[in-house]
Write a protein that binds this ligand. Structure first.
Ligand SMILES: [Ca+2]
Ligand SMILES: [Ca+2]
Length: 193
């Protein structure tokens, strides 16, 4: 009887773990993170005519954060809903130094979530795609994600694509490792009886 209960608990934990892992790769809380729909769902601020949507993304459309290098930094932002306060989330995206006359440079690109800022160095060399990634703990059900270029008075434009925001739960590989662990425990339990 004990073995049956133990097995049932293992099965429940395993099913729950696998379900959570699967959700991690399917639910992107950012809308139009690929820019396939142009600037839909995004608010654009401080971007000049040398910036905006371009078709040479990774792939398809992507957004170029460009301004004149002055005090107003070019940015796009999106208010993300559906967050669970207290949960940890992972924000990722592709980015690269875009214009040929300047950069790549350090601290030329930032992500700001409400009042917290993460600075990133542009990938080397020029026009090589890289990935930025950060984790944060949600403090409200809805928060504002801002992607900002030409930071701190610089004139180093950045192109962004494939923006994703998902809960930072175990990846499917971790879930499978856990499944292996549970199976091993079950086997040990059986041998002892
Ligand atoms: Ca794209
Ligand atoms: Ca510029």
């Amino acid at each position: 009887m004990k073995l049956i209960i133990y097995s049932a608990i293992c099965a429940l934990v395993l099913a729950s773990t696998l379900a959570t892992g699967a959700a991690a790769i399917t639910t992107n809380l950012i809308l139009n993170g690929t820019f396939d729909a142009g600037t839909a769902n995004w608010t654009v601020s401080g971007v000049d005519g040398a910036g905006g949507i371009r078709a040479d993304g990774n792939p398809g459309n992507a957004f170029v954060l460009n301004a004149g290098g002055g005090s107003v930094d070019p940015e796009i932002s999106q208010v993300v809903g559906g967050l669970n306060p207290g949960w940890v989330y992972t924000l990722t995206g592709d980015f690269r130094a875009y214009h040929t006359t300047r950069g790549p440079s350090t601290n030329a690109f930032s992500v700001q979530i409400d009042s917290t800022i993460w600075d990133f160095d542009q990938p080397l060399p020029l026009r090589t795609w890289g990935t930025f990634s950060l984790q944060f703990t949600a403090t409200a059900a809805s928060q504002t994600i801002r992607l900002i270029g030409e930071r701190y008075g610089s004139d180093y434009s950045t192109q962004v694509d494939n923006i994703s925001l998902v809960p930072a739960v175990p990846e499917p590989s971790s879930a499978l490792a856990l499944a292996g662990g549970f199976a091993g425990l079950l086997g040990m339990r059986r041998r002892r009886i």
